[in-house]
Design a binder for this molecule. Structure first.
Ligand code: PMV
Length: 332
């Protein structure tokens, strides 16, 4: 093969302001609800993909360690399908995938979002395909629902879609990051891997929480309100709604059987610290995914004060300031 069989891509993590939780179709990995996120400049994954004739299986290397390639192969199979339809020689080849994250993996910092977005872009590029952003978003979604949003920078919205083949379940950019610069302070309260992965958690919530239907029924209202807040550049509305939607998600998680308790003591202390910042006149709002980390939304001018306050919270190991990030891009 010539050099065309390798590609390297970088994709940034994202944090949802209106969250995705629940699947419409497990096989297609389509979400039961839409979601809206901001892409984070400070957290990213770099992924190199090489299709080669001498590989017996797909190989996945994460931070230099050989790792389980099952979910990677699922996305690579879709790429090979596209390549076959175009008559490309990469259609019949296995691949080596090497990824590095510049942040802790699997601890609720959305490494699957940046990871599968980088994989979608690098794998399609290495295969010789030039897929439009919408197709990349769908490809990334097959690896992880939130990854569909990490194809885009700034503010992105993921559509739940209604099509049986998943063709309308993709993300798109709502607003460029330059049009409304915001900051996110990421308070890291734990470096270990999280205990329950999101797919299992979503299935358990659907099967057992009495709040699941209410979660589905209220999603469109939250999405419409968030779109409005972004359109109007109304930070207070964006922040209040982000906290509300986050706590609604965690109410759903807490009422799942067995309960999904992703918080630790420092997570809760950080939430109180954010309320304390607001009481002191700093406009800051928290949001939390399926893990113990706390992300604090604020205006760029308040980011240093928010970082300082987060770093003082007992149990917070590190507080990183992030601007809003760019769309996924090729690194060569
Ligand atoms: O993309 P997944 O399957 O890891 O699910 C992500 C779920 C949340 O992070 C909790 C919410 C979201 O919209 O990102």
């Amino acid at each position: 093969m010539d050099g065309g069989a390798t590609a390297v891509a970088r994709a940034h993590s994202n944090i949802a302001l209106v969250k995705y939780w629940g699947k419409r179709d497990a096989t297609l990995n389509t979400p039961a609800v839409g979601s809206i996120s901001v892409t984070l400049d400070a957290l990213y994954t770099d992924t190199r993909v090489t299709f080669a004739p001498d590989l017996a299986v797909d190989e996945f290397w994460l931070a230099g360690c050989r790792s389980d390639a099952t979910r990677i192969t699922h996305v690579l199979d879709l790429v090979r399908g596209y390549a076959a339809s175009m008559g490309l020689p990469t259609a019949g080849l296995n691949a080596v995938v090497s990824s590095t994250n510049n942040f802790p993996t699997g601890a609720g910092l959305a490494s699957s979002a940046s990871g599968f977005a980088a994989l979608a872009l690098a794998a399609s590029g290495a295969a010789g395909l030039a897929l439009p952003a919408r197709e990349l978003s769908i490809l990334a979604r097959h690896g992880s629902g939130s990854a569909a949003r990490s194809i885009f920078g700034g503010f992105a919205e993921m559509h739940a879609g209604t099509a049986a083949d998943g063709s309308d379940a993709y993300a798109e950019e709502l607003l460029d990051r330059a049009d409304w610069p915001l900051a996110v302070v990421v308070a890291i309260t734990e470096h270990g891997e999280k205990s329950i992965n999101s797919t299992i958690g979503m299935n358990e919530s659907k099967a057992s929480s009495p709040f699941y239907q209410a979660w589905l029924d209220s999603a469109d209202g939250d999405l419409a309100e968030m779109r409005g807040a972004i359109h109007d550049r109304d930070f207070t509305r964006l922040g209040e709604l982000s906290e509300y939607n986050c706590l609604k998600l965690h109410a759903l998680m807490l009422t799942t059987r067995p309960a999904l308790i992703y918080w630790n003591a420092a997570t809760v202390a950080a939430m109180h610290a954010v309320q304390g910042l607001r009481a002191a006149g700093v406009s800051a709002y928290f949001t939390i995914d399926a893990g113990p980390q706390v992300k604090v939304l604020c205006r760029p001018g308040d980011a240093a004060a928010v970082q300082h306050a987060m770093a003082l919270v007992p149990g917070v190991h590190e507080a990183r300031i992030s601007a809003l990030g760019p769309a996924a891009f090729r690194l060569e």
